[in-house]
Ligand binder design. Structure first.
Ligand code: FES
Length: 321
């Protein structure tokens, strides 16, 4: 897998900015030169490249096929500065650099029924999925979990477009409004798929409840925005074969940090094991996977590693960088 920064970049213009809540804004993007933007599928995201060290991933939240990319971005006080800069700098008419869409969160359009569950700003990929399922005439329900109605973005549109398929769960609306993913999965028809996006703890809970309801892993789909990641462990050695550099990775250090200190350029974005930008091929040795990006099957193959957070089970790794 190659880093996103090496892919074709697009100059885009903000054709519409709309503040949806006090901390969530909608940004609609078109190609700056007026050409057609590459098409995307529901679940896809783009990189927004603010500078070499500030690359952020955002899900596309509009109906695929509309010819624009629409982002919903939370001005997150806990962020490392990307969303804050976007909110401060990107007004209508501003230009920015983005990547083409990539999709690590695809829909199984053929599923008998789809349960789309978005927590907070995690609603964004779910909206694109709901549009795709509606267009295909498939059975689905869209669950939107938010602290309160005033914190929920896109609400008028979702009510208008999805009617009874939209189920709202506001924390301040009492226990009756609380989502129960286990019951939803148990009540869903055979062959239903669950999709979840939102804060890490919320996602972990929905995934665990879906599994507890008996849903097979292959029918549970998720995309993490951010995650707590423990990078600590025993020291080990890494040989970066393409660069011809060997480094020792200390107990509280990441492979990426050790490589960077030795002059090897490692491209990263989230630094939390969720975006995939730092994924690198493993040529020898056994990774100790700590990321939320690779699938369980990919992790079992042991031929890729997230350099920002994963470690080694073997004393030495040889990687293709
Ligand atoms: S930088 Fe995002 S997964 Fe490593």
């Amino acid at each position: 897998m190659t880093s996103s920064i090496n892919e074709t970049l697009i100059r885009a213009t903000v054709t519409r900015r709309e503040n949806q809540t006090d901390d969530i804004a909608l940004f609609e993007l078109s190609a700056a030169d007026g050409s057609a933007l590459p098409p995307f599928q529901a679940g896809a995201h783009i990189d927004v490249i603010l500078d070499d060290d500030t690359i952020r991933q955002y899900s596309l939240s509009n109906a695929p096929g509309e010819g624009v990319y629409r982002l919903g971005i939370l001005n997150d006080p806990n962020s490392r500065g990307g969303s804050k800069r976007i909110h401060a700098e990107l007004e209508t008419g501003a230009e920015l650099t983005i990547s083409a869409p990539r999709n690590h969160f695809p829909l199984e359009l053929a599923a008998s029924h789809s349960l789309l569950i978005g927590g907070g700003i995690g609603i964004t990929p779910m909206i694109a999925m709901a549009y795709a399922l509606k267009a295909a005439g498939r059975s689905f329900e869209l669950h939107y979990c938010s602290r309160s109605e005033s914190k929920a973005a896109f609400l008028a549109e979702l009510k208008r477009e999805f009617g009874e398929q939209l189920v709202l769960h506001f924390d301040d609306a009492g226990d009756a409004a609380r989502i129960d993913p286990k019951a939803l999965c148990q009540d869903a028809v055979q062959g239903s798929h669950v999709y979840v996006c939102g804060p890490g703890g919320f996602m972990d809970w929905v995934i665990e409840q879906s599994k507890a309801a008996g849903l097979p892993d292959a029918q549970i789909h998720f995309e993490y925005f951010s995650a707590e990641v423990d990078i600590s462990g025993e020291a080990f050695e890494v040989f970066a074969e393409t660069s011809g550099v060997t480094v020792q990775v200390g107990p509280n250090e990441s492979i990426a940090t050790a490589l960077k200190a030795a002059g090897v350029k490692v491209q990263m974005s989230c630094e939390e094991g969720v975006c995939g930008t730092c994924i690198c091929d493993v040529l020898e040795g056994t990774p100790d996977h700590r990321d939320h990006f690779l699938t369980e099957e990919e992790k079992e193959d042991n031929d890729q590693i997230a350099l920002c957070c994963s470690r080694a089970k073997s004393a030495r790794l040889v990687i293709d960088i």
